[in-house]
Ligand binder design. Structure first.
Ligand code: FPP
Ligand code: MG
Length: 326
């Protein structure tokens, strides 16, 4: 991931994307909205999705111009807006080491600031990029909403299926990674086949990203996560790693779990085959992602995109395997 973010052409593009994100998120006529949006944007984040937009553009022979930069900024604005809504839905008080907007300003203001970021991204896409890119982003927001909705309908369901969880994460997370790659391919004027290939790559990587995020929630320490370990269990989100584990912990799950009950579920899952099964599942997704990539003439970007899925899986594997021996 560091290789993607630190490659000079991408790092340079990301600086322009950052300036565009700040201009867009600070463009309300109401200072209160600008201050709220600025807080979530300044709180950090790796800017992974826009980095993938830039990498895709370069891979397809297009140097990131104003349109690509704006498209990448729109993708990140949608992501940031969705996190504002996610925190509101979760009643979360902290993200990225800082107080969430809902905790700071109340639910109503957080809700409309998230709406503003989403709406501003749509407006920028239609006015400063292109109609096809705006269409991709609007369709992606629909998928995000549906994926998130599906998660809420499955909360605390001990019979949640792998298929339902997969459908939810494909919508709530993989769709935006897919869009990040697809908008770049559209801006680059790529062939329908190359668009579909880059979109499939982005979607597979997005799935890996979310499944590993879910695995870390069940394996990393609270200190490593910056939030309480086992948060998903407490909130009733029975994620793919838990559902794929051979260990049946369903009789221990439920509402209002005590710290000891959460610790017991985590202990059982860590001692079983969950980590290995999840990592193997992700390695399969990585193979699919690489198989989807089109022919890339720029050797540096080709190297980055080929290495990214496996490098990320192995990075998380180190953390999770350490957690299972501790
Ligand atoms: C974080 O996942 C949440 C998402 C990736 C998507 C949230 C989507 C919505 C709220 C619906 C769409 C809203 C807009 C404005 C487009 P997580 O809860 O698994 O991760 P976390 O641990 O970082 O909270
Ligand atoms: Mg959340």
């Amino acid at each position: 991931m560091e290789r993607l973010l630190n490659t000079p052409a991408i790092a340079q593009g990301l600086r322009k994307v950052e300036a565009r994100i700040r201009r867009l998120s600070g463009s309300s006529t109401l200072p209160g909205i600008n201050a709220g949006a600025e807080r979530i944007i300044s709180a950090g984040g790796k800017r992974l999705r826009p980095a993938m937009t830039l990498a895709t553009a370069i891979a397809l022979g297009k140097q990131p111009d104003r349109r690509v930069i704006t498209a990448a900024a729109c993708v990140e604005l949608i992501h940031a807006g969705s996190l504002v809504h996610d925190d509101l839905m979760d009643n979360a008080t902290e993200r990225r080491g800082t107080t969430t907007l809902n905790a700071e300003l109340g639910d109503g203001k957080a809700l409309v600031i998230g709406d503003f970021m989403l709406a501003r991204a749509g407006l920028a896409a239609i006015t400063a990029v292109s109609r096809p890119v705006a269409e991709v982003l609007a369709a992606t927001v629909v998928e995000l909403v549906e994926g998130q909705y599906l998660e809420t309908t499955d909360l605390f369901d001990p019979h949640r299926t792998v298929e339902s969880a997969l459908r939810s994460v494909t919508g709530k997370t993989a769709a935006l990674f897919r869009a990040g790659c697809l908008v770049a391919a559209v801006c680059a004027g790529a062939s329908p086949e190359d668009r579909a290939r880059m979109a499939a790559y982005g979607e597979r990587f997005g799935l890996i990203f979310q499944v590993l995020d879910d695995l870390l929630d069940l394996t990393a320490s609270s200190r490593e996560l910056g939030k309480p370990a086992g948060n998903d269990l407490r909130q009733g989100v029975y994620s793919l790693p838990l559902l794929m584990a051979g260990e049946d912990v369903s009789e221990l799950l439920g509402r209002n779990m005590t710290d000891d009950q959460v610790a017991e579920v985590l202990r059982r899952l860590r001692a079983g085959d969950m980590v290995h099964k999840t990592l193997d599942y992700c390695r399969g997704l990585a193979a699919d992602a690489l198989a989807a990539l089109p022919v890339i003439h720029d050797s540096e970007t080709a190297g980055i995109l080929y290495a990214l899925p496996t490098a990320y899986i192995e990075q998380v594997s180190q953390i999770t395997l350490l957690a299972t021996v501790n």
